[in-house]
Design a protein around this ligand. Structure first.
Ligand SMILES: [Zn+2]
Length: 285
């Protein structure tokens, strides 16, 4: 007697194995999408990627060694749509940035794209989970074991609707330096320093509670628990989400009245806010 693949199989090394559906093979999942690594490094096999996760590994690593081996091939494939969305976002901003050259080049015409906010939200979550599963977050020179709460896997797999109050958020207050919003001034954001991931860990057991990920100089906050977006400090620590906008309709960078806009579609609830970052050019001498 022969049987097909077991739909309930849970690969012990796959962090998305909560409900089965695993393949028996583990994929070479990258910490950050391989398509993004290729975009920012022009496919140069010798290039080193700066792994800037705030608390974690700080030495440069080659992309091919940049794998976490913490998702099975089934789940990795199922999540590749999220990588495609992040790539669309990155290509749009990076294309503008390399023409603009930090102000020395051309800003060009009005442009906009529409991308899936749901998939970008899941991509940001996956980036944080990859690091947690790979024990890539460290503090006090040691690895931090940051357990993944089951609800995070349900959000990742789209099994649970991510409630409003915890969704992807972007900078709404320019004074909040925890969520960066300027993809165009610093050229490193379009080359070597194109991403980052900073976790928020529960102090008791280091469980992953959310975090801020960066792509091409733009920060996205995520939370796995209800948060507030106000300015109250806790034990002298500022709330990293202060003044942020959750699930915006769009974010736009505007120079001299010409906008570059990223529109988001959301299947879940939003409050239909948007943000326009008005850029100023330095006076030419
Ligand atoms: Zn799996």
């Amino acid at each position: 007697m022969t049987t097909g693949p077991d739909p309930n199989y849970r690969h012990p090394k796959c962090y998305a194995n909560l409900h089965g559906g695993c393949s028996t093979k583990i994929s070479g999942e990258h910490y950050i999408s391989h398509s993004l690594i290729k975009l920012y490094t022009f496919d140069d096999p010798d290039v080193k990627v700066k792994h800037n996760n705030g608390f974690g590994i700080r030495q440069d690593v080659s992309p091919k060694n940049f794998v976490v081996n913490a998702l099975c091939t089934n789940h990795n494939t199922a999540l590749s749509v999220t990588d495609a969305t992040a790539l669309e976002f990155a290509k749009f901003l990076r294309g503008i940035a390399i023409r603009f050259l930090g102000g020395a080049g051309e800003w060009g015409n009005r442009e906009e794209i529409i991308i899936s906010g749901d998939d970008l939200e899941r991509w940001a979550l996956k980036l944080l989970l990859n690091h947690a599963a790979g024990k890539a977050f460290s503090a006090n020179k040691g690895q931090v074991r940051s357990p993944i709460p089951p609800v995070a896997v349900d959000f990742l797999l789209g099994r649970t609707t991510w409630p409003f109050g915890m969704g992807l958020c972007v900078a709404g207050d320019p004074a909040n330096t925890d969520i960066p919003y300027d993809p165009f001034t610093n050229s490193e954001h379009s080359t070597t320093n194109f991403w980052g991931a900073r976790p928020i860990l529960w102090s008791e057991d280091q469980t992953l509670g959310g975090g801020i990920v960066e792509l091409n100089g733009v920060g996205f906050g995520l939370s796995l628990f209800p948060i507030f977006r106000g300015y109250t400090e806790v034990k002298g620590v500022k709330n990293p989400f202060r003044g942020s906008l959750e699930r915006p309709d769009y974010m736009e960078w505007n120079l001299d009245g010409i906008g570059k806009r990223v529109n988001f579609t959301w299947s879940g609830p939003t409050d239909h806010r948007y943000v326009v970052y008005t850029m100023t050019t330095k006076a030419k001498v």
